[in-house]
Write a protein that binds this ligand. Sequence first.
Ligand SMILES: Nc1nc2c(ncn2[C@@H]2O[C@H](COP(=O)(O)OP(=O)(O)OP(=O)(O)O)[C@@H](O)[C@H]2O)c(=O)[nH]1
Ligand SMILES: [Zn+2]
Length: 395
Amino acid sequence: MGRSCRGSPPSGRLESAHDANPAARLSPGPPDGGSALRAIGWPFPGAPAEADDPAWRQTMTAHPQARPARVVAQHRSGYLVAEGPVDGVAVESLPEWQRPKFPPEQRPAVGDWVLVEEARIVALLPRRSAIKRGAAGEHYRQQVIAANVDVVLVVCGLDADFNPRRIERYLLLVHGGGAQPVVVLTKADHPGADVDAALAALADVAGADVPVLAVNARDRDSVAALATWLQPGVSAVLVGSSGAGKSTLTNSLLGSERMKTGEVRVSDERGRHTTTHRALIPLPSGACLIDTPGMRELKPTGEEDLAEGGFADVEALTEQCRFRDCRHGQEPGCAVRAAIESGALAPARYASYLKLRDEVDAAAGQLAGRRGGKRDEKVAGKTLNKRLDDKYGKR
Ligand SMILES: Nc1nc2c(ncn2[C@@H]2O[C@H](COP(=O)(O)OP(=O)(O)OP(=O)(O)O)[C@@H](O)[C@H]2O)c(=O)[nH]1
Ligand SMILES: [Zn+2]
C-alpha cells in the first residue's frame, strides 16, 4: 500500500468517509461506535460493522453476537486480547489453532483482529498485512512478528549505529509484508551527525517510495515530522537495533515519559494478575504503536523479492551481463563489475546484495521443502533452485 507516494500518508484508504449510520446501533462491538477499538488501531472510522472491508464484514455477519478485539499477546492455551486502550483479557483459542500441525504463521499473532464471544475466539478477521521473519531451527518456520501493520518505522541512529546495510535488510524484509516503511534517522542533533552524508548513503538504499527523515528523537517538535504517517487508525511498529532510539522516540510521540519497558498488569484465565509488556500503545495522534519483542533479529522468510525489495538497481545490472549465468567474477562483459569499477555501484552494497540473496535463497529452499512436504523436500528444492538459477544464473 501507499508504495508509490513518497511522503504522503498511508491512511488515504483508511479514512474513507463513513458518517454516522443508523446501522451502527445494531452492530456488534462496543457501544461507543468503535472509538475504543480505533485507539488500538481499528483501521476504519465508524462502527465496526461498517468496516470498509467486505471480508471483514462477512466474517462479522457470520458471528452476529461476537465482538472484535485485537490480539495483544499469545498465551499458553489462548490469547490476550484488548477491546480498547485497556489491559488485555485472556480468551480461549479456536481449537484448530492448538493442533500441532496447524501452520504457525496462520495462527493469530500480536496485532491480529479476532471475533470474541464469551471469552472465546470464534474467528480471525483476515490479516491485512504482516511482518514475518524466518525463524531459526531444525524445521523451517515462518514467524509472524506483528500483523496488520500499516507503517514500519526503521530507526537508526546517526552515530556509530548508522549502517545502510542494516537499513537495507530491514527494508527488504518489510517489503512484501504490506506495510509502508519510513526510515527515521535519530540523533540528528549529535555533534558528529552528518545528515547530508547519511542521506547520500541511503540514496539508492531507500528508493523514491521510502521516506527518510532525520530527527532528534528527544525533541517532540522534531518528532512531529512523523505525524503524516501516524494518523488515526494507523498501526505502526518501530524496528531498529538496541540504542537506536526507539524508546526515546516512543516517549516523544506519546508526549510524556513512559516507563522504558511499559509494563502493565493483565488478568490471566484464573483471574490472577500477571505482568506483561504492553503491546498496543495508543498515541495522541490517533495512531497506535505495536511494541512487540522479536523485531530485533530479522531473517528472510524466503518470500522476499530482491528487485522489488530495494535492489532493483543491482538486479537490473545482473541482467545486463553478457552471459546469463555470469558470476560477476572474471567473465568478459560483466555489467556488475563494470558498475563497481566506474563507481556506479558501491562494493559494500553489492556485497550486501549477495549476502541477502543467499539468505533469501536458502530460506526459499527450506520454504519450498516445507510446503512440498517432507518427502518432496529434495524435489521441491531442486525445482526452486532451477528457478533461482534461471533468475540469477548458476551459482
Ligand atoms: N541526543 C539524542 N539522543 C538520543 C536520540 N535518540 C536516542 N537518544 C539516546 O540514545 C540512548 C538510547 O536510546 P533508546 O531510546 O533507549 O534506544 P532503544 O532503541 O529504545 O534501545 P533498546 O531499548 O535497547 O532497543 C538514550 O540515552 C537516548 O536518550 C536523539 O535523537 N538525540
Ligand atoms: Zn556479471
